[in-house]
Design a binder for this molecule. Structure first.
Ligand code: 5GP
Ligand code: ZN
Length: 132
C-alpha cells in the first residue's frame, strides 16, 4: 500500500501525534499554514468524503470539535478554520480523507476565500430542481 496517510495514521511512519484512538490519529501538518495547523486522519483508508463511512464521518466531526476547542484554548488563536478538500480541483493533494484544523491569528498570512457571486433566479430554480 502506497498511501502516505495510511502509513502515518497506522504508525508505520512517525508523526507529531496530538491524539490517537482506535479510529483516528491527529497530527501536526508538516507544512503548516499557521501555528498549530493540525490534521485529523482516519486509520482506515477512504480516498475522500464521498467514500467515508457514515460512522467515521460522525466521529470525525466530534473529534474535530474537541481538538478545535483544545487548540483554541491552548494557543489562544483569534479564530479557526475547519477545511476538508475533495479532488485536485478543490486543492486535495493527499488522497486519503483528512480534515484540516487551521488556527487563525490577526494579520496571519493564511489565504482561504472566494469572491462572492450572485445566485440568479434561474440558477436557484435549476439547483433546487436538481438537488432538493
Ligand atoms: P490537502 O491539500 O490534501 O487537503 O492536504 C494535505 C496536507 O497534508 C497538506 O497541508 C500537507 O502539508 C500535509 N502533508 C503532506 N504530507 C505530509 C506528511 O508526510 N506529514 C504531515 N504531517 N503532513 C503532511
Ligand atoms: Zn490511505
Amino acid at each position: 500500500m502506497e498511501c502516505i496517510f495510511c502509513k502515518i495514521a497506522n504508525g508505520e511512519i512517525p508523526s507529531a501525534t496530538l491524539y490517537e484512538d482506535n479510529d483516528f490519529r491527529v497530527i501536526l501538518d508538516v507544512n503548516p499554514a499557521s501555528k498549530g495547523h493540525t490534521l485529523i486522519l482516519p486509520k482506515k483508508h477512504a480516498d475522500n468524503l464521498y467514500e467515508l463511512p457514515d460512522e467515521t464521518a460522525s466521529k470525525a466531526l466530534v473529534l474535530a470539535k474537541s481538538m478545535a476547542s483544545k487548540i483554541e484554548r491552548a494557543l489562544e488563536c483569534d479564530g479557526l478554520n475547519l477545511v476538508q478538500n475533495n479532488g485536485e480541483t478543490a486543492g486535495q493533494t493527499v488522497f486519503h480523507f483528512h480534515m484540516h484544523i487551521i488556527p487563525r491569528y490577526k494579520n496571519d498570512n493564511v489565504k482561504l476565500g472566494w469572491k462572492p457571486g450572485k445566485l440568479s433566479d434561474a440558477m436557484r430554480e435549476e439547483l433546487l430542481s436538481i438537488l432538493k
